[in-house]
Design a protein around this ligand. Structure first.
Ligand code: 13P
Length: 252
């Protein structure tokens, strides 16, 4: 049985005070959602410490949205995996399409970030996904396969057993355009097959989350698909009730 996960990527939204309020509201409403769902919230670095205090004991875990590729040193403005882990965060989103696109993150950078994450016991939520033009050119499977081969294939079996993957088609992020449940399933099954070609049966255990305009009204249909194990939620994670309602998408 794979874990069911709903993770919120708050991106560069909320002040620390607002973030604490949001986290409190998620904690307050969590009891109304099946305990079978693992919730993770990923606030900006500046809120990690306070949000971790708020969710303590609630079963909700906290992740960062990025970490530095280097261990420590003269890297002005960077935040290391060790710093993040020392606060009590358990996860880190790596390879989000916004980081790939706006901050030039390549597979080479991401391999280094993966090393740092694992060295500090942070579980990576590794994002993959194609751009619209790539899908229209029929290259979406090749793009996603390369994103996996160039980074995930460098993990040891033990590291891989902890990994979470998020499939986020770039054309669906923040656009209101969701992949259909069938499109999501098709890609998730493909991803699992690529993972299995390297890691064998362990790939059956890897949670693969869908991200891209996921909301309460479409989560149930998407989560019903066999290879979709949850969601990485952007905009809808900023409203506690919507975020929690997405978690209810797993209820029959
Ligand atoms: P939206 O849910 O706002 O489309 O964002 C998805 C995403 O990028 C999560 O990482």
């Amino acid at each position: 049985m794979r874990r069911k996960i709903v993770a919120g990527n708050w991106k560069m939204n909320t002040t620390p005070v607002e973030g604490v309020e949001l986290a409190k509201n998620v904690v307050a409403g969590k009891g109304g959602v099946c305990s079978c769902v693992d919730f993770i919230v990923c606030p900006p670095f500046t809120h990690l410490s306070e949000v971790i205090k708020v969710v303590r004991g609630s079963g909700i875990a906290v992740g960062a949205q990025n970490c530095a590729a280097e261990e420590k040193g003269a890297y002005t403005g960077e935040v290391s995996a060790k710093m993040i882990a020392s606060l009590g965060a358990e996860y880190v989103i790596l390879g989000h399409s916004e980081r790939r696109e706006y901050y030039g993150e390549t597979s080479a950078t991401l391999n280094k970030k993966m090393v740092q994450a694992y060295a500090n016991q942070l579980v990576p939520i590794y994002c993959v996904g194609e751009k619209l033009a790539e899908r229209e050119a029929g290259k979406h499977f090749d793009v996603v396969k390369a994103q996996i081969e160039e980074v995930v294939f460098n993990l040891t079996d033990e590291q891989f057993s902890k990994l979470i993957i998020a499939y986020e088609p770039v054309w669906a992020i923040g656009t209101g355009k969701t992949a259909t449940a069938d499109q999501a399933q098709e890609m998730h099954a493909f991803i699992r097959q690529v993972l299995a070609s390297k890691f064998g049966e362990k790939a059956a255990e890897t949670p693969i989350l869908y991200g891209g305009s996921c909301k309460p009204s479409n989560a149930k249909e998407i989560f019903a698909k066999e290879d979709v194990d949850g969601g990485l939620i952007g905009g809808a994670a900023l409203v506690a009730d919507d975020f929690l309602a997405i978690g209810k998408g797993f209820e029959k």
